[in-house]
Design a protein around this ligand. Structure first.
Ligand code: GFB
Length: 324
């Protein structure tokens, strides 16, 4: 049993969508000693600062939810930032955790680590079996490096650093930037503004045919803690022979056209939806095989309709502050 009240947990990235959901979930479970640091208090790309932070604070567990993230356009436009910042953050936090003797760490990756044309649904062992999707290759390479860093510290130093690969996430505290965000916040915003402005038409990027799987961030937070709390023998048995990572998703996907129709329903938009073929589609399909995590006793519980209503309610309540 984990002594939740006395376990000191560091959540890196606690102001982001996943990090803030993790803090809420950990608190609800009775974790009382949660350490966080804002960007002005700790720059995670600064190796010396990160090492000093870990020397100052004894830590039992790290959730590495800090990352530079964005949708298809942001990944395609700022590839240097995506690979550079993520490599630094990961190397600094994972390396400093090891130097400070932290035994347990959970690294958050992304389903874009798998090959563009991997067999669907994608199993964990599809990693490094083919060419990556071009629009987010630099980000994916950084995330693959993060998995391999954890794996290597486990192999060389006997650490217990685990990785989770979430499918496309959404929910409260998402980034609602009109261009740089992921598809769900972008469409919630665009359809909302069309309703407000009485516009007859909304444009959705690409062909509408790509398929995506979406997971509410509260489900993601619950999966992260579930994986962190698994005892080492159970985790090792499930992740042999790679001692590596586990997929986190719902096991269900839909087309972007279907998503747009659901967002129209949720936002009350009754006009026309058109598709802008000048924008990229990205990977044709990205559905995770979630049987490994199911076998470890976790399943998603928030459906897309319910989750979209929750995200939309948050956006409406926070439209002024929503990062944009
Ligand atoms: O969410 P999204 O940017 O993520 O795009 P990816 C998903 C699909 O939605 C693509 C379409 O086919 C987009 O063309 N789409 C339609 C839109 N309208 C919009 C819109 O207004 N905004 C956006 N953003 N998309 C990202 C990766 O890829 O997924 C990251 O670039 C990361 O590295 C993340 O892995 C989870 O699934 O295409």
């Amino acid at each position: 049993m984990i002594a939740r009240a006395t376990t000191r947990v560091f959540v890196a990235g606690h102001r982001g969508m996943v990090g803030s959901a993790l803090v809420r979930h950990l608190q609800a479970l009775g974790y009382e000693d949660i350490l966080t640091a804002t960007r002005s208090e700790l720059d995670l790309t600064d190796q010396a600062a990160v090492q000093a932070f870990f020397r100052r604070h004894p830590i039992d567990q790290v959730y590495l939810a800090a990352a530079k993230v964005g949708g298809i356009h942001a990944n395609n436009t700022y590839p240097a930032d995506f690979i550079h910042d993520n490599l630094l953050i990961q190397a600094n936090v994972i390396g400093a955790a090891h130097r400070a003797g932290v035994r347990k760490l959970l690294f958050l990756g992304s389903s874009c680590i798998y090959p563009k044309l991997a067999p669907q649904p994608m199993r964990e062992d599809a990693l490094l079996t083919g060419t990556l999707e071009a629009t987010n290759e630099p980000y994916a390479i950084a995330k693959i490096a993060g998995i391999k860093l954890c794996e290597s510290y486990n192999r060389q130093h006997g650490r217990d650093y685990r990785s989770v690969m979430p499918t496309n996430l959404y929910g409260p505290h998402d980034n609602y930037h009109p261009d740089n965000s992921h598809v769900i916040p972008a469409l919630l915003r665009r359809f909302h503004e069309a309703v407000q402005g009485g516009e007859p038409e909304v444009a959705v990027w690409g062909s509408g045919r790509p398929m995506r799987e979406f997971l509410h961030v509260d489900d993601m937070a619950s999966a992260c803690v579930h994986v962190m709390e698994l005892d080492e023998a159970t985790w090792r048995a499930a992740t042999q022979p790679m001692l590596s990572h586990v997929n986190v998703g719902t096991g269900q996907d839909c087309t972007i056209r279907e998503l747009a129709e659901t967002v129209a329903r949720v936002t009350g938009f009754e006009g026309r939806v058109v598709f802008d073929a000048s924008k990229p589609d990205g990977t044709p399909r990205k559905l995770l095989d979630v049987s490994r995590l199911r076998g470890l006793g976790w399943e998603a519980s928030i459906g897309l309709d319910e989750g979209l209503r929750d995200a939309y309610a948050w956006f409406r309540a926070n439209a002024q502050q929503a990062r944009a």
